[in-house]
Design a protein around this ligand. Structure first.
Ligand code: GRF
Length: 203
């Protein structure tokens, strides 16, 4: 299975996916990494790992649709079958979502539907919840609202700041995301409306 990864920043989730592939835990190949940010660390990581990487900046295009078309075309060129958003900081339009319907995954650092959008960890700390975590989901036209694939809880600890909580959640993300991608690659995710059922191996 060929993956196309869209990322804007640090790239630790990309690294976790590369590590899982390298260790034989994930049977997939990264066809291309696309970033919208020329300064993103994710570009450096891709070069280090010899993964094709392309920067497609929003400002180079007159419209959002033209920019998204360029991204979708690049994914096609590299024959990406599943698109993995890994810290991609831009909202994709219904045009893009529909064009790649059911083939785009995202990871979000909260237990959705709680705390969608930016600064999810800060929202969790400010809300003084006892448990937060992370969610892998398919994207739909809404903000962090698509069908949920996997979730894992991370308890809050006394004195947690958004940064300490983010750090603990990130460790869990690095396990959960490759696992969800693996389930997709094995054809084990059955999507009916909002419900995603995980099929047994060979089912
Ligand atoms: C992660 O916390 C992820 O949940 C969110 O963006 C962050 C990306 O981190 N969507 P990284 O660039 O993968 O290190």
């Amino acid at each position: 299975m060929v993956l196309g990864v869209l990322a804007s920043g640090r790239g630790s989730n990309l690294q976790a996916i590369l590590d899982a592939i390298d260790a034989g835990r994930l049977s997939a190949k990264i066809g291309v990494v696309i970033s919208d940010n020329p300064d993103a660390n994710v570009i450096k990581r891709s070069i280090e790992w010899d993964v094709p990487v392309v920067c497609i900046e929003r400002k180079q295009y007159e419209s959002k649709e033209a920019w998204e078309t360029a991204i979708a075309d690049e994914l096609n060129v590299h024959q990406a079958e599943l698109v993995v958003l890994a810290g991609f900081m831009r909202i994709l339009s219904p045009y893009f979502v529909n064009r790649l319907s059911g083939r785009v995954m995202n990871i979000h650092p909260s237990l959705l539907p709680a705390f969608p959008g930016r600064n999810a960890q800060e929202q969790a700390v400010n809300h003084a919840v006892k448990v937060s975590g992370c969610t892998v989901h398919f994207i739909d036209e809404g903000m962090d609202s698509g069908p949920i694939i996997l979730q894992e809880a991370v308890p809050l600890e006394e004195g947690d700041t958004p940064e300490t909580l983010a750090e603990r959640i990130l460790h869990v993300e690095h396990v959960l995301y490759p696992r969800a991608i693996g389930l997709y690659c094995e054809g084990r995710l059955k999507v009916e409306g909002r419900r995603v059922t995980i099929l047994e191996k060979g089912e």
